[in-house]
Design a protein around this ligand. Structure first.
Ligand code: GAR
Length: 211
């Protein structure tokens, strides 16, 4: 790609970090014109943090409980993202709400992945196996990940990309989660690549990816 500068990416993760790894691999293979300059986590013991350290990616652990007299999580995040400076924030299994001040400062520059076809099966309480249990209980025949831009409401912002997978009669929350996660690892790097290659355009406030 010519004429496009490498984008600085900050990844936020709280758990296993398999999406973080998939995106990092695409970056190191040169498929995404970007660099991951920072991993932010609220959980010092998670695998995502271990992976960051093993791969010499700076890891910042943020306490999301605001103690009076100290900087708020929003202030801390604004400071560390500005220091990068971040072009894109990628939420990859990040389980805390992003403070409104950060959402507003990075409007249309924060992506999230959710393991169901939003706008169904999202919002407060829909995390981990609960999402897949709700999908199975609803009788829906399709599920799959959604990549969306983050706004002030949980699992709510403009939808950028989705992939549908079948829900099978014999599915458990675990088997469905596994099928969805496998396609997350394809969808999320593709979405991040589109952002970094400046192939996202907006029509009537809806984002689309140009081929
Ligand atoms: C993924 O399935 C992701 O879609 C989900 O957490 C998992 C993280 O896996 N995110 C949410 O539920 C956000 N609402 P990972 O840590 O292995 O990438």
């Amino acid at each position: 790609m010519t004429g496009i500068s490498l984008k600085n990416i900050a990844v936020f993760a709280s758990g296993n970090g398999s999406n973080f790894r998939a995106i990092h691999q695409a970056v190191t293979e040169g498929d995404i014109p970007g660099r991951i300059g920072l991993l932010v986590s609220d959980n010092p013991d998670c695998r995502a943090v271990t992976y960051a350290r093993e791969n010499r990616i700076k890891a910042e652990i943020i306490n999301f409980r605001h103690n009076p007299g100290t900087a708020s999580p929003g202030q801390v995040l604004t400071h560390i993202l500005a220091a990068l400076p971040a072009d894109l924030v990628v939420l990859a299994g990040f389980m805390k709400m992003i403070p409104d001040s950060v959402v507003q400062a990075y409007k249309n520059r924060i992506l999230n992945i959710h393991p169901a076809l939003l706008p169904r099966f999202g919002g407060r309480g829909f995390y981990g196996r609960r999402v897949h249990e709700a999908v199975i209980a609803s009788g829906a025949k399709l599920s799959g990940p959604t990549v969306h831009f983050v706004d002030e409401i949980y699992d709510h912002g403009p939808i950028l990309a989705q992939i549908a997978v079948p829900v099978l009669a014999e599915d458990t929350a675990e088997s469905l989660a596994k099928r969805v996660l496998k396609v997350e690892h394809r969808l999320y790097p593709e979405a991040v690549k589109a952002f970094c290659e400046e192939r996202i355009f907006w029509k009537n406030n809806i984002p689309f990816i140009r081929n």
